[in-house]
Write a protein that binds this ligand. Structure first.
Ligand code: 5AD
Ligand code: FES
Length: 349
């Protein structure tokens, strides 16, 4: 590792900021030694804030019906091979009840942009979860909605919102999405969510088609400036029924490298070791945690629908009961020296 790269890593750990050009250089300088140094620094700073705690979020995949046609996604509307489903309110409440019994104190409702979930329907579900489980946080991950909709959901009690920015480069964004989707609207949504008092999560895929060190540098700069409370990054994994079916998956190495850098950019960020990372490598999530992540998201969806929520091929955790999935993840975290904790796990500021 040359002196210059070492100095960049030191600057990043001390000032939590680099220029775009420096981020690009650091990305291009990835090797075993730089990755190890970044992971060590990331683990140390995370430990100083969160100790050995890893937070769990119970993921409830509420619907795979989606009006969007993102080119990378297995549940895009033009995929005729996708067996569509939507959970009823009763099914969602049952998942939450099971999750609560298992110790979960955050529920993430994630789904496609399904017009069934009007504000009335979704607010009713959020209100019900919050009144049954006032000690729990409700996170929504239901895509782009109007400002008024986000405001109503917030009033109904939603605490957090996940909306990956997907890429901070407008031209790159346009190459991953159909013309009717807009980068500017995505950014408007993210800023609106922040203004409404949500804890906000952004994020992107690693190794998506047309991604370069330059676009990744822009992602890092965006994270530095936006300071998200949460940031979901995982490898792109091709799905057989999408236009990107033949594009190679992102790598564990680059994903872990970026997790370490993001931890150093924004030390308190809640950073999941994603299911996609566990899909491309059997120990992917353990490696993600060792690189600076501090959140895992076991699946709480009914087993009957899990295979249908297939954003990418070969997704893991589709056969297990919720309890098995949680125990599996707890054991995995303990195997690398971490402790799964079940409190709400709010960001420490
Ligand atoms: N590979 C990896 N991640 C994907 N997502 C969607 N499709 C894929 C894929 N093929 C991610 C997107 C989206 C999140 C819910 O899942 O980043 O925001
Ligand atoms: Fe879900 Fe292992 S984490 S089965």
């Amino acid at each position: 590792m040359n002196e210059y790269i070492l100095s960049l890593i030191n600057t990043l750990s001390e000032s939590h900021s680099l220029t775009l050009e420096q981020y690009r250089t650091l990305i291009d300088a990835r090797c075993v030694a730089t990755a190890a140094l970044l992971a060590e620094k990331a683990a140390a700073v995370r430990k100083s804030i969160y100790g050995n705690n890893v937070y769990v979020r119970g993921l409830i995949e509420v619907s795979n019906i989606c009006k969007n046609d993102c080119l990378y996604c297995g549940i895009r509307r033009s995929n005729r091979n996708c067996d569509r489903y939507r959970l009823s309110k009763e099914q969602i409440m049952e998942c939450a009840a099971e999750g609560y019994r298992l110790g979960f104190r955050t529920f993430v409702l994630q789904g496609g942009e399904d017009s069934y979930y009007t504000d009335d329907v979704l607010c009713d579900i959020v209100t019900d979860i919050k009144s049954h489980y006032p000690d729990c946080a409700v996170t929504l991950s239901m895509g782009e909605r109007s400002r008024e909709s986000y405001a109503s959901l917030r009033r109904a009690g939603a605490d957090r919102y996940l909306l990956r920015h997907e890429t901070a480069d407008k031209v790159h964004y346009e190459s991953l999405h159909p013309a009717e989707m807009s980068f500017d609207n995505r950014m408007r949504c993210l800023h609106g969510l922040r203004e409404l008092g949500y804890q906000v999560g952004c994020g992107f895929m690693v190794g998506s088609p047309n991604q370069t060190a330059e676009t990744l540098a822009e992602d890092l700069k965006f994270i530095e400036e936006f300071k998200p409370d949460m940031c979901g990054i995982g490898p792109f994994v091709p799905h057989k029924d999408t236009p990107f079916r033949d594009h190679p998956a992102g790598t564990v190495e680059l994903t872990c490298y970026l997790l370490s850098i993001i931890r150093l950019i924004h030390p308190p960020v809640l950073l999941p070791a994603t299911t996609a990372l566990g899909t491309i490598h059997p120990e992917g999530r353990e490696m993600g945690i060792q690189s600076g992540a501090n959140v895992v998201m076991p699946n709480l969806s009914p087993v009957s629908v899990r295979k249908k929520y297939e954003l990418y091929d070969n997704k893991i955790c589709t056969g297990e009961e919720s309890a098995q999935c949680k125990d599996c993840l707890s054991a995995r975290m303990e195997s690398v020296g971490y402790r799964v904790v079940t409190d709400r796990g709010d960001i420490k500021k």
